[in-house]
Design a protein around this ligand. Structure first.
Ligand code: MG
Length: 258
């Protein structure tokens, strides 16, 4: 299927959607503390999004029962909110999407709870940086595969496993649109990037093996070796120049765009 090209108006609406999403992430970050349950975090996110006239994109998608995916330690993605409490030394990834005026945005962050080992903090740093390495090639004229390959090379140069079972995606009127955006070198070069393409790029990086499997709940992906995994995701728009990263807050944007 053809990759949709967003108009200026559509990009503005996606930015409004992303503004709600990133405000939700910032709001939730304050509650990520020892003792809170993942269900409490999910409820807070759901209320915040709806209070800002958004709709949680994930709720009901493919039957997913919650508004946020909250994945702790060895859980890679799609962790189901439940009565599990955050403990000192955990890392927790929060992945959320917002639908606003017909347009979706999607972003994930991974947080440290209390005191986390240096080894795991480094995993989190490399995961985030792998996104920024990849988007050096998120520019009109490059091919999608160059983003994917760059993420893989950066992650593997640090000795980590890059998850293959789950991939990033196009985004817009649907949360998941073409193309798929793997975090590893695809077969072939992939689509040529054009201004107005919207992509959710989301490296999932494991401390040990890249291999994962799904728990009996049929949602939660966990690492095969039980070692921790981190996740970082933003929604971006391809331009002739640097990509627009829709899902950053003001300070982060100033830091990047000056
Ligand atoms: Mg996504």
């Amino acid at each position: 299927m053809a990759i949709s090209i967003k108009t200026q108006r559509e990009i503005e609406l996606m930015q409004e959607s992303a503004d709600i999403l990133i405000a939700t992430h910032k709001y939730l970050a304050k509650f990520i503390q020892i003792g809170i349950t993942t269900r409490e975090l999910d409820n807070l996110a759901d209320k915040f999004i709806r209070n800002h006239n958004g709709i949680p994109s994930f709720k009901g998608l493919y039957g997913y029962p919650a508004s946020a995916c909250i994945s702790i330690n060895e859980e890679v993605v799609h962790g189901l909110p439940c009565n599990r409490r955050l403990k000192n030394g955990d890392i927790v990834s929060i992945d959320m999407g917002v639908l606003y005026k017909g347009y979706h945005s999607d972003a994930a962050r991974t947080y440290a709870v209390g005191e986390v080992s240096k080894e795991v903090l480094e995993l989190m740093r490399v995961t985030k940086q792998s996104f920024f390495e990849g988007i050096k090639f998120a520019k009109a004229g490059y091919h999608l595969g160059q983003i994917c390959e760059t993420i893989q090379n950066y992650v593997e140069s640090h000795g980590y496993g890059i998850v293959r079972d789950l991939v990033g995606h196009g985004i817009g009127k649907s949360l998941h649109e073409d193309p798929q955006v793997p975090n590893y070198k695809p077969k072939g070069r992939g689509a040529k990037l054009r201004p107005g393409m919207a992509l959710a790029i989301e490296p999932m990086v494991n401390l040990g093996t890249w291999q994962v499997y799904t728990l009996k709940d049929n949602w939660t992906f966990v690492t095969r070796d039980g070692l921790p995994s981190a996740h970082y995701e933003n929604t971006i728009i391809i331009t002739e120049d640097e990509p627009l990263i829709l899902t950053l807050d003001k300070q982060e944007k100033e830091h990047i765009y000056g």
